[in-house]
Structures are given as C-alpha cells and as structure tokens.
Design a protein around this ligand. Structure first.
Ligand code: FO1
Length: 311
C-alpha cells in the first residue's frame, strides 16, 4: 500500500518525515510545491523540494527549518565582501545542490529526474516529486505592490499586507507523469494534505489544472491536517495572511478553504470544539510536532483515520 503526501515547506516536511517513518520505506511519495522556486545569481533554487530532501535525508537544520545543518558560509561571506547584497542566505553545501541542479536543468534533464537522483544519493527511499516540471511562480500582491514570493517572504519578512496571491504559469502548467501515476496507483491507500500554509504552499499545487483534476477524481480518502493550533500557525504567516484576506483564522476556515476537495480534517485538541460544526469529519489530536516521536505519532493518527474513512 502507498500514500501520497502533498507538501510545502517546513510543516509539510515534518509530517512527511513522520509518514516516512510510520510507513514501509518505499510506500511514501511526497508531491512538493515548486511555486517558491526562483533564480538567484543564475542558480535555480527550489526551497520546498530541498527542505523535503534535507528532512527525509536527515540533513536538515532543525532550528532554522530550511537549509542544511553543519553548514559553512564561506561562499556567502566572500560574495558579501565583494559587495553582493546577500538577503537570501546561501550555505556552501546547499549551494552545491543549487549548482548541480542548475547545471543538470540546463543540460535538459527534467527537475523531477534531478530531484530523484539527489534523493537516491541521500539514501531516501520515499519518492520526492515536484508538483510540475513547468515554471510556476507565486506572486504576492501587497499594499506595497506585487512581489515575487521570496522578495515577500525573506527580503520583506512577510511584513507587507497581502491583498491577493497568484500563481504565474499555473493555468498552462501540467503536472508530471510521475505525479499522475502516484495518484492513480492501484495500491494507493490515502492522500495526506500536510499542515503547510494553504495560501502559499498548497494552493500552488491545486492551481495546476491536471493535478487538481487528478486529486478530484481520486479513489482514496484525502485527509488534511490543519496548520493552525487555535488561531495561530506554529511557524510562518498563515494566520497573518488569513487576517489580511479577511478570513478568521480557525479550523473552520481551513475546512472551508479546502471545501469540495478534502474528505476529513485533522485538528488540534484545543480546536476540538470546532469538530461538531464542520461539514466534514474532523479528528482532534495533538498536532504540534516538536520531536520525531510527535511526527510519527501524528502520521500514525492521520493514517489510522484515513484507513477508517477508506473502509
Ligand atoms: N528563509 C529565510 O527566512 N531566510 C533565508 O535567507 C533563506 C534562505 C534559504 C536558502 C535555501 C532554501 O532552500 C531556503 C531558504 N529559506 C530562507 C527558506 C525559504 O525561503 C522558505 O522557507 C520557503 O520558500 C517557504 O516554504
């Protein structure tokens, strides 16, 4: 039996690791957001894919949430000493991956194949699949004008007020044969929508028309995990963006956001009172993932609920 996880950055990678440990090693396929990808110093940077690679490959920087642990910063220090403004931090080992990826993409190799090769080199038995090999770029319309995703997220620290978010290139993009095969596999048991930012990390996946269509015609339960605990997100700007878009940040709003797509929502125990008011089944448990045990326990809970729904 196999499971597909839909993931963005840090929160998604944490639950993906829990699923990877809770399932037989080759039973997991993680479909990852590529809307955050961009070019810096002519290098192709894919933050969410790399966070998945580092987390499942036991190389992630645990406190930071992105990049590698035991990283050195000589390249960035040298670039800064030469006058290059390095608002986006590039570690040495991390940059080696950006160089390799850029080189291979320029040689005509698909992003899916580049990532698949790296995950094998890292000894990861789960598949890590970009949502598309086409270029999709998240753009954030703010009170200060439209910003490219990393300009908004890193350079401006999510401070500008968000008015709208769009995914440039998504409408004409298509997903990959690998993602379609994963979603159509006879042995597929469940699809798990990870507790990533719905607006910035999951909506780009859902904006790719044939990926959305494949999710809609699935034969297995699709169960989401809310990124909110009470009215706040563990990390990142989810609650701030919801407020700016005029949406109350609550489990009810997350269920409404995914209405028509998900079969059930896993919420935190402190939100258990919302369960009775949701139009879909909601299951309450501790969703905060501080330790590896937390991740595995949440993954096991999600898988158990998905199996019950599938019966
Ligand atoms: N996030 C930051 O807040 N500051 C950085 O300097 C930064 C550098 C960086 C380098 C490589 C990488 O893969 C991710 C990096 N991130 C950084 C994280 C990234 O911007 C976001 O976490 C994701 O795009 C959102 O999921």
């Amino acid at each position: 039996m196999t499971v597909v996880a839909l993931s963005g950055g840090v929160g998604g990678a944490k639950l993906s690791l829990g699923l990877y440990r809770a399932l037989p090693a080759d039973a997991l396929q993680v479909v990852v957001n590529t809307g955050d990808d961009f070019d810096l110093l002519h290098l192709r940077i894919c933050p969410d894919l790399d966070t998945a690679l580092y987390t499942l490959g036991d190389r992630e920087h645990r406190e930071q949430g992105w990049g590698r642990r035991d990283e050195s910063w000589d390249l960035m220090g040298t670039l800064e000493s030469l006058g290059e403004p390095m608002w986006f931090k590039l570690g040495d080992a991390d940059t080696a991956l950006h160089v390799l990826r850029t080189h291979r993409l320029r040689s005509g190799i698909r992003l899916t194949e580049v990532i698949d090769d790296v995950r094998r080199q890292f000894g990861i038995r789960a598949r890590i699949l970009p949502m598309t090999d086409c270029t999709v770029a998240t753009r954030v319309e703010t009170d200060d004008g439209e910003l490219a995703f990393q300009e908004y997220f890193v350079r401006r620290r999510c401070e500008p007020r968000v008015r709208a978010i769009r995914f440039e290139g998504a409408a004409t993009a298509h997903t990959t044969a690998e993602v379609l095969a994963a979603l159509d596999a006879p042995e597929l048991e469940a699809i798990v929508l990870c507790p990533s930012n719905p607006y910035l990390s999951i909506d780009p996946l859902l904006a790719v028309p044939d990926l959305r269509a494949a999710l809609e015609k699935r034969r297995v339960p699709l169960i989401a995990v809310s990124p909110l605990i009470g009215n706040t997100a563990v990390k990142g700007p989810t609650a701030k963006i919801m407020a700016e878009l005029g949406v109350a940040s609550s489990a009810t709003a997350i269920a409404a956001h995914y209405a028509g797509l998900i079969d059930a929502l896993v919420i935190d125990t402190i939100d258990a009172q919302h369960a009775a008011h949701l139009p879909i089944p909601a299951f309450a448990t501790q969703t905060l993932m501080r330790t590896l045990d937390d991740r595995v326990r949440l993954a096991e809970f999600v898988l158990a609920r998905a199996r019950e729904l599938g019966r």
